[in-house]
Write a protein that binds this ligand. Structure first.
Ligand code: ZN
Length: 284
């Protein structure tokens, strides 16, 4: 199944690409609030099976700016660094024995179509598979992990490289948390939609030029392993977001280095999930 946040309301997206407003179609059995859906995820899936698309709206008729982040108010956001060997190498790091973990603060999360506001500095791109937790828990075994995932989406872990590395210890969470630095969307896709949810192609383009292209099968710590390792310490809550790391092809790893500039158009995709479009702007 697929879900979307349309004008702040929870929608089911049918196989024929029709958006069905869940609150209206379920006659109030389910609320419109998108983040609230994760609290009753198993019930939502059952309810959604019974919804008909008669009163729905074709996705193509919905304005891009009406799509919101499908996980708009998570209580916890986790992000994983250096989770692909080719990206660790271009960043001049060894392949990690432990996944480096940081957060993107909640105010950095944003919509799948719109603008990214560039602060002064070196803003880089990192396309990532985003995982949203359904049934959370503490100490989740890797074998059970996919059953605790509500769905996956496309994410960008935009990063200002100077801020990320300033000071006596790196500041990953700050360098990656400027407003609009965490777009997610447009759709949330349940793991059962994929033949193999551990092997998805992802990539991004700037002004039509392919910058990153990878596959999640190349993760050093695959999604089930990440969930096991994170939840071994921190209980995962319904609606929590995990940015799972980026493959090679970021700007700082290029020769010469390249960073985002006002007017650049960034397209980020995960095949079978969807794609996001963002225009780079500046407010300084
Ligand atoms: Zn990242």
């Amino acid at each position: 199944m697929r879900f979307a946040n349309i004008s702040g309301r929870l929608n089911l997206v049918t196989p024929s690409d029709v958006a069905v407003d869940v609150e209206r179609a379920s006659e109030g059995n389910f609320g419109a609030r998108v983040q609230g859906a994760y609290e009753r995820w198993d019930e939502l899936i059952k309810t959604a099976e019974g919804l008909t698309e008669s009163a729905g709206t074709p996705l193509a008729a919905i304005a891009p700016e009406d799509f919101g982040n499908p996980a708009p108010q998570p209580r916890q956001v986790f992000a994983i660094g250096l989770n692909y060997a080719d990206h660790a190498a271009e960043s001049n790091f060894a392949v990690p024995e432990e996944p480096p973990v940081f957060t993107k603060f909640a105010t950095s999360l944003s919509k799948p179509y719109g603008t990214v506001v560039l602060p002064p500095g070196k803003v880089d791109w990192e396309v990532e598979l985003v995982v949203v937790i359904g049934r959370g828990g503490h100490r989740i075994p890797a074998q059970e992990a996919w059953s605790r995932v509500a769905g996956v989406s496309v994410g960008q872990d935009l990063s200002e490289r100077d801020r990320q590395r300033v000071g006596p210890a790196p500041q990953f969470s700050m360098g990656k948390s400027f407003p609009s630095f965490g777009p997610i969307g447009p759709l949330l896709v349940t793991p059962d939609e994929f033949d193999n949810p551990d092997d998805l192609e992802l990539g991004c383009l700037i002004n039509g030029e392919q910058m990153q292209k990878g596959k999640t099968a190349d993760m050093i710590f695959p999604v089930p392993e990440l969930i096991a390792r994170l939840s071994a310490i921190t209980p995962l809550l319904p609606g929590d977001v995990i940015f799972t790391g980026t493959p090679a092809g970021v700007g700082i790893g290029r020769t010469p280095q390249r960073f985002l500039a006002p007017g650049d158009e960034l397209v980020s995709y995960v095949r079978g999930v969807g794609q996001m479009h963002h225009l780079m702007v500046t407010d300084h």
